[in-house]
Design a protein around this ligand. Structure first.
Ligand code: ZN
Length: 337
C-alpha cells in the first residue's frame, strides 16, 4: 500500500457534499438529488459510467463490474460530514486509482430511512465492500485507525406499558400510591442489567401520562431497543428483558471473498460487530458476499451530529486499504476464481 498522504481531494469532496443542505439531506429530497448529481460528475472523472436504477440509486459502472463498493449520500437531520458520504467518495477515489479494474461504485438512496435504496437494488453485485465511519468509540479506545466488520447485530424493538393510578401529588400519602413511573424506572434499570456479552439494550423514549408535575403518573410507556450479534443472543436478551418485539431484524454475518481479501490486506486490524444498520447489511442478508471497513470515529464516536469526525490520515489509510482490496477482488473475479 502507498503511504498515508493526506487525501486532499477526498476531504474537499466531503466538504462539498456537506455544503449541500448544510448537513441535512433527507432520502429522496432535492438535496439528496444534488448530491447524486455531484457524485455522478466525480464518477465520470474516475472513468465510471453513472446511471440511476429504478430506486434512484446512482451506480457508476466500469466493464463487467463484478465487484462493488459504495454507501449512501442521505443524512439524518443536521448530520455529520462522514456518515455515508465517506463510503461513496472513498469508492470513487479507489476506482480512479484502479483504471483497469471492472468494478462499480454505488450511492444508495435513503439509507437513514429504511434503508430504502439498497433494499430495492435489482442487479446484485457479486461482491460488496462498504467503507463507513464506525459511529462508536471502540476503535478510538483501541487506538486503531481501521476495523473489519464481521457481522451486523440483530435488533428488536418494542414498548412496555406500566399502569398505575393518577392521584394528587400533594394529598396522596406515599404508601397509598400506585406510581407507574416508579415501576417503569425499576424496569429501565433491569433492561440495562440484561445486556451482557456484547449485547446492547436501551430505553430511549418514555411517555408519561398524564405528565403533569403535580399528578402521580397513571400510565407510562417505555420504548425498548435490544441488539445482539447472534440470533441466540438476541432471543436470550428479549427473554431476559421480558418484552414483545413489534419489529425485529436478524443478525447478519459478513463473509466470502470480500472479508477474506480485507483480512489479507489488513492482517492486524481488529474485528468488530456493527451495532448499527447499514446498506451492506441489506446486501449480506440477501446472500451477496459482503464486508465493511470501519474508519475510526473521533470525539468519542459522536455520529448523526455535527461533531462527527474522522482524521484525514485514517481516511487515507482506509482508501489505500479499499483500493488494495478492490484490486484483489477484481483480479480474482476476472480470473473466474
Ligand atoms: Zn451511514
Amino acid at each position: 500500500m502507498s503511504g498515508n498522504h493526506v487525501p486532499v481531494r477526498i476531504m474537499e469532496r466531503l466538504e462539498e457534499l456537506h455544503a449541500i443542505g448544510g448537513g441535512t439531506r433527507a432520502g429522496y429530497s432535492p438535496e439528496e438529488d444534488v448530491a447524486h448529481e455531484l457524485a455522478a460528475v466525480w464518477m465520470r472523472e474516475a472513468g465510471l459510467e453513472p446511471a440511476a436504477d429504478e430506486a434512484g440509486n446512482l451506480i457508476g459502472r466500469r466493464g463487467a463490474a463484478r465487484v462493488w463498493t459504495g454507501s449512501h449520500l442521505d443524512t439524518v437531520p443536521n448530520g455529520g460530514k462522514f456518515d455515508g458520504a465517506l463510503g461513496v467518495v472513498a469508492g470513487i477515489e479507489a476506482a480512479a486509482r484502479l483504471p483497469d479494474a471492472e468494478l462499480a461504485v454505488v450511492a444508495f438512496r435513503a439509507e437513514e430511512t429504511g434503508p430504502m435504496g439498497s433494499r430495492r437494488l435489482k442487479l446484485l453485485p457479486a461482491a460488496f465492500i462498504e467503507v463507513h465511519i464506525e459511529q462508536g468509540p471502540v476503535l478510538e479506545r483501541l487506538g486503531e485507525p481501521l476495523g473489519i466488520v464481521t457481522a451486523v447485530s440483530g435488533q428488536a424493538r418494542g414498548a412496555v406499558t406500566f399502569e398505575g393510578r393518577a392521584a394528587h401529588a400533594g394529598t396522596t400519602p406515599m404508601e397509598e400510591r400506585t406510581d407507574a413511573l416508579v415501576e417503569a424506572a425499576k424496569f429501565i434499570l433491569h433492561v440495562r442489567e440484561c445486556a451482557r456479552d456484547g449485547a446492547l439494550a436501551t430505553v430511549g423514549a418514555i411517555e408519561v401520562e398524564p405528565g403533569a408535575t403535580n399528578v402521580v403518573p397513571e400510565r407510562v410507556t417505555v420504548a425498548v431497543d435490544a441488539r445482539a450479534p447472534t440470533a441466540e443472543g438476541l432471543a436470550a436478551l428479549i427473554e431476559a428483558i421480558g418484552f414483545e418485539p413489534t419489529w425485529s431484524s436478524d443478525p447478519v454475518a459478513m463473509g466470502g471473498p470480500p472479508l477474506e481479501a480485507l483480512r489479507a490486506v489488513l492482517p492486524s486490524a481488529p474485528e468488530l460487530v456493527s451495532g448499527g444498520g447499514h446498506d451492506a447489511m441489506i446486501l449480506a442478508a440477501v446472500g451477496v458476499p459482503t464486508t465493511m471497513l470501519f474508519v475510526r470515529s473521533l470525539n468519542g464516536g459522536a455520529s448523526h451530529c455535527p461533531e462527527e469526525l474522522s482524521a484525514a490520515e485514517d481516511i487515507a489509510f482506509a482508501v489505500d486499504a479499499l483500493t488494495e482490496t478492490l484490486a484483489r477482488l477484481s483480479a480474482s473475479a476476472a480470473a473466474g476464481v
